[in-house]
Design a protein around this ligand. Structure first.
Ligand SMILES: [Zn+2]
Length: 545
């Protein structure tokens, strides 16, 4: 394809601009009655036709066709020159490429000269909100006293950044995002013109990916066209666009609703293994959940165009959960879509988003609860494991991590005489260990946030991961186990090793809790775990009476 599709098939007439009839009708009427304004402000999302419409306006006011209503005719010399980009009186300024002071100064110097070949000099200033204050002020003076032969079209994706003083001088038009059927129709038309073969499902996927921007959708179609004559299948579209199938996205939502962690992680894993892009997949899930939310809120009235089967499935899903839970899920996946993942384990943000939405219950049964006896050495130190967010925060801010570490003297947990490792001590040192490890390997703390110390067997600390995949990830990470063990050993003042398990599959060694200790025993055995660990270390047995 020698020329980009969106350039090649750029609308040449007002009625070919799709989705913005409210704008083009008004402009056409103004042209037909010979009363076009001198300054326009086109607002709206990218790729919705603002620049295209601005060029049509430039053509129309300079068109040589005798019938006003026929302008632009696309046949006269001026229409041709504009179409070919060689019309001297059409001046396009991209405010995004610089702050525009020089451009605007240049504009003010030359604007009073008459047009060289057309009736009007037309200035199109794209992304006008990017102009500096100085440039805005210069532009404002021009807009206040424009020469009769000048016309302005200011375009912006961020209307709120355009000063009111500028807005008040312009006729404003708001361009809207296109609907899915509008984009599909347009793509179908281009496909016919180009004689391409595209499977309907692939076509829909491309249209969806455009997210309301016709230019984006056309560019995506462009990416998929290689040689004329071959068929663009759904599979190929998914591969090239890095998207997962709707089926996969729907299955992931099912897994979330069923609180089936293993199934959900498998879907993520499979989708990424078959070429889906992780942020793209997160966006697809957000898109999907949004639809479920709309269906839950508005039922059949929801303004959605979905294939029948998909709609039914979404309606069923919408009945299985609360609005709050759906909103939380949208937020979690949206944040994963915005997170730039590290090169190792790029799927982690998505997995974290998914896992964070699972209820605590399934894994919680195997996770030891907080010890009933509060640790006697420290009352200020947090006992619980940091959340993923807290851990990530401490990595971003090493000062905080160091400060936290400084507040945690390792002596607190170090036993008096003989080094003994207890679960309580491990939990007390957990934050400090994660902070230390994070100094060596920034990527390890997020993974450690996915596990909990479950118990201590001799000198082995048992780390429980909710899912086998995460456990494998920890084990595959060469020095991770060693880093955790050596730092924990330092903090505990006792040599320890680390064993990783899947939480649900871990059976703690039988705890001799059958007989309740007498009050006297409780007095002496403040730290029962330490006592049992000590007994085990010494090869003895605790006999309950
Ligand atoms: Zn013409």
């Amino acid at each position: 394809m020698s020329q980009a599709l969106y350039r090649k098939w750029r609308p040449a007439r007002f009625d070919a601009v799709i989705g913005q009839e409210h704008v083009t009708r008004t402009l056409r009427n103004a042209i037909a009655s010979g009363r076009s304004g001198h300054a326009y402000l086109f607002c709206g999302p990218r790729g919705t036709g603002k620049t295209t419409t601005a060029r049509l306006l430039a053509k129309a006011v300079n068109c040589l066709h005798e019938e006003l209503a026929e302008r632009p005719c696309n046949q006269c010399a001026n229409c041709g020159a504009i179409a070919e980009g060689r019309f001297l009186d059409l001046i396009e300024i991209d405010a995004a490429s610089n702050t525009g002071v020089d451009d605007i100064r240049n504009l003010r110097e030359k604007i009073n000269f008459s047009p060289s070949e057309g009736r009007f000099k037309v200035y199109i200033i794209d992304e006008v909100h990017m102009l500096s204050t100085a440039a805005f002020n210069a532009l404002l003076k021009t807009l206040e006293e424009p020469p009769p032969h000048a016309k302005f079209v200011l375009a912006t994706t961020e209307e709120h950044k355009v000063p009111l003083t500028i807005k008040s001088r312009c006729q404003q038009f708001n361009f809207r995002l296109l609907t899915l059927p509008e984009i599909i129709d347009r793509l179908r038309w281009i496909i016919e013109q180009e004689q391409l073969s595209v499977e309907p499902q692939a076509l829909e996927l491309i249209a969806r990916q455009g997210s309301g921007s016709i230019r984006d959708a056309e560019s995506l179609l462009d990416q998929l066209v290689t040689t004329p004559g071959d068929i663009i299948s759904l599979e190929r579209a998914q591969m090239v666009l890095g998207t997962a199938s709707n089926e996969a996205v729907s299955a992931l939502v099912d897994a979330w609703l069923a609180a089936d962690g293993a199934a959900g992680l498998r879907v993520i894993h499979d989708a990424l293994a078959s070429g889906a892009d992780v942020r793209q997949l997160a966006r697809q899930v957000v898109d999907y959940l949004r639809n479920v939310l709309l269906l839950q809120a508005a039922g059949d009235e929801a303004p959605l165009t979905l294939p029948d089967g998909e709609r039914e499935r979404m309606v069923l899903q919408s009945r299985q959960t609360s609005r709050e839970a759906l909103v939380d899920a949208v937020k979690a996946f949206n944040s994963a879509a915005l997170t730039t993942s590290s090169s190792w384990q790029p799927q982690l943000p998505l997995e974290l988003a998914f896992i964070s939405l699972l209820p605590d219950e399934p894994g919680a049964r195997a996770i030891p609860t907080r010890p009933s006896t509060p640790p006697e050495t420290s009352a200020t130190e947090p006992e619980s494991k940091p959340t993923a967010a807290e851990t990530l925060q401490s990595i971003r801010d090493p000062q905080t991590a160091l400060a936290q570490e400084a507040e945690t003297p390792s002596a607190q947990a170090a036993p008096e005489s003989r080094p003994t490792i207890t679960l309580q001590a491990v939990r007390r040192q957990w934050d400090a260990m994660v902070a230390r490890v994070g100094q060596k390997d920034r990527n390890l703390p997020p993974l450690l946030a996915m596990c909990k110390p479950l118990g201590v067997e001799g000198s082995a600390i048992i780390l429980g991961f909710e899912y086998g995949m995460l456990k494998d990830k920890f084990e595959d990470r060469g020095e991770a186990r060693e880093l955790v063990a050596s730092n924990m050993s330092d903090l505990l003042g006792a040599k320890c090793i680390v064993r990783s398990v899947v939480t649900a599959q871990y059976t703690p060694p039988p705890e001799p809790q059958a007989g309740k200790p007498t009050p006297e025993q409780l007095d002496t055995l403040v730290d029962r775990e330490a006592f049992y660990a000590l007994a085990e270390e010494l090869g003895g047995q605790v006999r309950e009476s």
